[in-house]
Design a protein around this ligand. Structure first.
Ligand code: PBG
Length: 337
């Protein structure tokens, strides 16, 4: 037994990882994570008008919907067991201006959608964003002055918009514009308006990513955007900075945290979950969706298999849930399983 090779054989002979993998039943028995319908948040796009279901070229299977159609879709989502939807508006170009003033209109597209959904399908959660980009003529998330996105004025506006969205029935305010101090300001404004039970899901770590392209097509901001968002979104190179940013949001009163984009940033999900213990979500963004769909359309990958695998990997990384355009497709598969 002094022979080294023999000793190694001896050890491996007793420690065989494959015993637990040998049959379907053992694999099921030792499986550590599972994706369920309760993990899904469905992001949807709203357009003005009625009876509109308008396909988005870069996102096969995803449509912009008028409020009436969105209500139908929300009903179907609720029937499938999807807990919540997140709405994004594509408003008329002539309503977009430098300060994104439409966001403060009580009857704007997003508030109309919220009210209609909550009336028809009260059991589904509605999550609304307060970033200005769908409402500005320059496609930026905040007020643009002399080439700078001004922080504090944007925060004031965003906090007012949050109250208006809550008044319309929004259950969770999800600020995605990455201004400093916004979570505290939104919490204060909501509480002052009597909205103590409206939650805040912070887009705590939103990276300046190339994965948002198809979304910008979906809400028609791509052609408008002047410059980039590097002065307010996080540099994809920075993990520790992302954790510091999230820590401020936790201190300021965020109820839930989000990482965006998803798959390339699972290390951030893991770190945030360990660090804060708050519910952590990831946004599998438009570009991630489109990449899977495009490769599948070419026959290069098995799209359904990759979709299910990727979503499971979000769970393994520590996600409590995932914002995903795949939500209805996945919910249908899970309900058959
Ligand atoms: C901006 C916003 C973005 C997304 C949602 N809200 C990013 C951007 O346009 O810069 C991206 C969502 C996606 O790509 O699916 N507040």
């Amino acid at each position: 037994m002094t022979d080294k090779t023999h000793a190694v054989d001896h050890i491996t002979g007793h420690r065989r990882m494959r015993r637990n993998r040998k049959a379907d039943w053992t694999r099921r028995l030792v499986r550590e994570n599972a994706l369920t319908v309760d993990d899904l948040i469905w992001p949807v796009f709203v357009v003005p008008g009625t009876n509109i279901v308008d396909p988005i070229a870069a996102m096969p299977g995803v449509n912009r919907m008028s409020v009436d159609k969105l209500v139908e879709a929300a009903k179907e989502a609720a029937a499938l067991g999807i807990p919540a939807i997140a709405t994004f508006p594509n408003i008329e170009m002539d309503l977009r201006d430098v300060t994104g003033s439409q966001i403060l209109e009580r009857e704007n597209l997003i508030n109309k959608a919220t009210a209609a959904i909550k009336k028809a399908v009260p059991e589904i959660g509605v999550i609304t964003d307060v970033a200005l980009d769908p409402f500005t003529s320059h496609g930026h998330d905040g007020i643009l002055r002399d080439g700078i996105i001004v922080n504090d004025e944007t925060v004031e506006l965003v906090a007012r918009a949050a109250v208006i969205q809550a008044d319309a029935g929004s259950d969770i305010i999800a600020p995605s514009e990455m201004m400093d101090g916004r979570i505290g300001a939104i919490r204060e404004a909501l509480d002052a308006a009597g909205h103590q039970n409206v939650g805040i899901m912070s887009y705590a770590t939103k990276f300046s990513s190339g994965h948002y392209g198809p979304y910008r097509e979906a809400i028609s901001t791509g052609g408008l955007l002047k410059g980039d968002k590097n002065s307010y979104y996080i540099d994809p190179a920075n993990g520790t900075e992302a954790i510091r940013d999230a820590a401020l949001d936790v201190e300021e009163g965020a109820d839930m945290l989000m990482v965006k984009p998803g798959l390339p940033y699972l290390d951030i999900v893991w770190r945030m979950k360990q660090e804060f213990g708050l519910p952590v979500f990831a946004y599998q963004v438009s570009g991630e969706y489109s990449m899977v769909k495009a490769a599948a359309a070419n026959g290069w990958i098995d799209g359904q298999r990759v979709m299910m695998e990727q979503l499971l990997c979000f769970k393994r990384a520590g996600c409590d849930g995932i914002l995903t355009y795949f939500a209805p497709e996945v919910a249908k598969i899970l309900s058959k399983a």
